[in-house]
Ligand binder design. Structure first.
Ligand code: FES
Length: 106
């Protein structure tokens, strides 16, 4: 258990409690965070769960794997700390983490 803050492009913040082991995508969905559509249900096949991990926290999430990068390469908003939130398993080290939501994912 811990808190993760999702920040919308306009600065609106959503601080939610996460259960360790649940994906970052599922955590967002369960807490009605806007902008995470997760059309493929978490199988790394749609790219609609894109987030930018705050640079201070990328060591906690790690960077995207090869399959994930293929999906991320299809979005013009991709950044160095981009992750597909369905591919990030939450862990206790993520307590206090901040992730940002893309502008064009609503
Ligand atoms: Fe589809 Fe993450 S939910 S890629």
């Amino acid at each position: 258990m811990g808190n993760i803050t999702f920040v919308e492009h306009d600065g609106t913040q959503h601080t939610v409690v996460f259960e360790e082991g649940k994906s970052l995508m599922q955590t967002a969905i369960d807490n009605l965070v806007p902008g995470i559509d997760a059309d493929c249900g978490g199988s790394c096949a749609c790219g609609t769960c894109h987030v930018f991990v705050d640079p201070d926290w990328i060591a906690s999430t790690g960077t995207a794997g090869d399959e994930e990068l293929l999906m991320l390469d299809m979005t013009p908003e991709k950044m160095a700390t981009s992750r597909l939130s369905c591919q990030v398993q939450t862990s206790v080290e993520m307590d206090g983490m901040i992730v940002h939501l893309p502008e064009f994912q609503m």
